[in-house]
Design a binder for this molecule. Structure first.
Ligand code: ATP
Ligand code: MG
Ligand code: MG
Length: 375
């Protein structure tokens, strides 16, 4: 989606990812040999250096990259490459425990969390301190809830350690939120921030399932408060680009930050059809020091539904897509991933409308057509 936006601005893009037909590489064909995409891992220092040698501006679409190499490239004046967001920001964010400590130190609202050792004893001590249930989280390499384990009883300590493997862990107190919300924030190279409207995000099995824009709430000030919490948090980070700020909204109207993604984010996919400028275009504008586009909604209501694989078969995805094709005004985005897997994001659809009712009535058949959970 970033590559698609770049092509409309005549911005050449070189992509580093594994395989010749990685999803982003299907979008932009190299203009010449110098701009050929790179086959390799975004965690491979040599490949990251190769990418840096080909570009003027380097950005990331995933935080699990080799950040030490990015730091070396950033400080190498001969490399002459600008990196956004700053590698130091990616470093803070890629360790969720360090990220939480950073936010707390900067005065951003976060709920209680503590350091934990990967032992049964430490998990049991955490249950005494935080109460049950609590959320055990992997500090690193987490996405789509793969790295989270809800500890409901102290008997689960062994199971939790097995599930999260040998990764470094920390624990969060359970947050009994009334809603999950998110705000996409754009930060310019000169440090100004602007935000998109607040949205409601609905997760299923720890994976973002649905997004409704804009956020509806009894208290009309909640949405602007969420924007200001998100903007303040992003102001504490260095470098330009789009940031996805995930938050918990409590019954009493208070807001906690769950986590920040230093990149375009699925809670901002709706911006492609529903806002004046998409999160992708604004990410590019921000990292290229171009004027930002308006973040305003251009429709009264929108919904985004992720298409998540139910098994290794594409059949249920194809069946869903044939329903989506029959829904008026349904925008389909399939990601061109070569294999389907249970729990894998294979694409998304967006609906926009003149009212929530118009969006919800067309959403219903899409929800019914979703790939079922049966393998
Ligand atoms: P992402 O794909 O967004 O990066 P992730 O793997 O980093 O996900 P989190 O965002 O930490 O995981 O958690 C996933 C979901 O689990 C949250 O959106 C929320 O629904 C739930 N969750 C996370 N932390 C807590 C908590 N402390 N209390 C209650 N629910 C939580
Ligand atoms: Mg995350
Ligand atoms: Mg998350």
């Amino acid at each position: 989606m970033l590559a698609a936006s770049a092509s409309l601005l005549n911005v050449n893009v070189v992509i580093l990812d594994v395989g010749d037909s990685a999803p982003a590489k299907q979008i932009i064909a190299p203009r010449n040999q110098d701009l050929a995409h790179i086959d390799g891992s975004f965690a491979d220092p040599a490949k990251i250096r190769e990418l840096a040698s080909k570009v003027d501006v380097l950005t990331v679409e995933i935080e699990h990259v080799d950040v030490n190499v990015l730091k070396e490239i950033e400080s190498d004046s001969e490399a002459n490459v600008v990196i956004h967001p700053s590698p130091s920001t990616v470093q803070v964010i890629q360790d969720k425990f360090v990220q939480k400590k950073h936010l707390r130190a900067e005065g951003c609202p976060v709920s209680e969390f503590i350091e934990i050792e990967s032992t049964v004893g430490s998990i049991q001590a955490t249950a005494n301190r935080l109460g049950l249930p609590f959320m055990l989280k992997s500090r690193t390499l987490a996405y789509d809830g793969r790295g989270n384990f809800v500890v409901r009883s102290i008997d689960q300590a062994d199971e939790a350690l097995k599930a999260l493997g040998n990764r470094p862990l920390y624990a969060e107190k359970w947050v009994p939120f009334s809603k999950e919300i998110a705000v996409m924030v754009v930060r310019t190279t000169s440090g100004e921030v602007v935000s998109y409207p607040a949205v409601e995000t609905i997760h299923k099995d720890n994976i973002c399932h649905l997004v409704f824009a804009p956020l509806r709430s009894r208290d009309p000030l909640v949405a602007s408060r969420a924007q200001s919490v998100a903007e303040s948090a992003v102001k504490t980070l260095r470098g330009a680009g789009v940031f996805g700020v995930e938050m918990f909204l409590m019954d009493d109207g208070s807001i906690y930050i769950n986590e920040i993604a230093p990149r375009p984010h699925n809670s901002g996919h709706y911006t492609i059809e529903a806002c004046e400028t998409s999160q992708y275009e604004n990410h590019l504008r921000a990292i290229l020091s171009l004027p930002l586009g308006s973040t305003a909604l251009k429709v009264p209501s929108a919904a985004m539904l992720n298409i998540i694989g139910a098994s290794s078969s594409m059949d249920s995805i194809n069946a869903f897509v044939s329903t989506a094709l029959s829904i008026p005004g349904c925008s389909i985005h399939l990601y061109g991933k070569s294999e389907c897997r249970k729990g894998r994001k294979m694409g998304h659809v967006t609906l926009t409308g003149d009212s929530d009712a118009s969006v919800r009535s067309r959403l219903r058949p899409l929800l019914e057509a979703l790939p079922s959970g049966t393998p």
